[in-house]
Design a protein around this ligand. Structure first.
Ligand SMILES: [Zn+2]
Length: 172
């Protein structure tokens, strides 16, 4: 961790004068989260007490306490960039922008995950409704719910919370 930080600092120092800033506004840093990986798909089981130390408060609230962001307030509900969406808690690849559609419901909506095991499903009978909860297939974090009123080819609407998604634009 210390070496990584030193390397990062050195890189910033050496490139600050020559390179233009490559920062994308939607990118999030995960330097304090050792469980974050965009390449490791092995499921992980981490206690909530540990997640609480490494996740931003709002990510913890959605991912670990089954929270929901208010409709039309998330950063991706009407976002149309081309790229890939990852789990903001663990880095697991979840959705591609070509499965995203404008559902008008106020949350980012997709008709299919990037691969079958990217997410898992749990029956959710809370709040007097019968729904299917969608969780991250790697870290088991809450992402949102899936409904059967989506468009072809699947007819599904994965209604997700922007806060637990990280968007990475396609490189040109
Ligand atoms: Zn995850």
């Amino acid at each position: 961790m210390t070496i990584k930080l030193l390397l990062l600092t050195a890189t910033i120092l050496f490139t600050a004068c020559s390179a233009p800033s490559q920062t994308t506004p939607t990118m999030t840093t995960h330097t304090s989260n050792p469980y974050y990986s965009r390449t490791d798909t092995t499921p992980i089981t981490i206690a909530n007490s540990e997640w609480k130390k490494v996740l931003p408060e709002e990510v913890y609230y959605i991912a670990r306490e089954q929270g929901t962001e208010r409709a039309f307030t998330g950063k991706y509900w009407d976002f149309e960039g081309l790229g890939t969406y990852y789990c903001a808690a663990c880095g697991n690849q979840l959705f591609r922008s070509d499965s995203k559609f404008g559902s008008g419901c106020g949350w980012p909506s997709f008709f299919e995950p990037v691969r079958k095991t990217a997410v898992r499903y749990i029956d959710d009978n809370t709040h007097g409704m019968v729904r299917t909860e969608v969780r991250c297939g790697r870290c088991d974090g809450h992402l949102g719910h899936v409904f059967d009123d989506g468009p072809p080819p699947t007819g599904l609407r994965f209604c997700m919370n922007s806060i637990v998604l990280d968007f990475e634009p396609d490189s040109k």
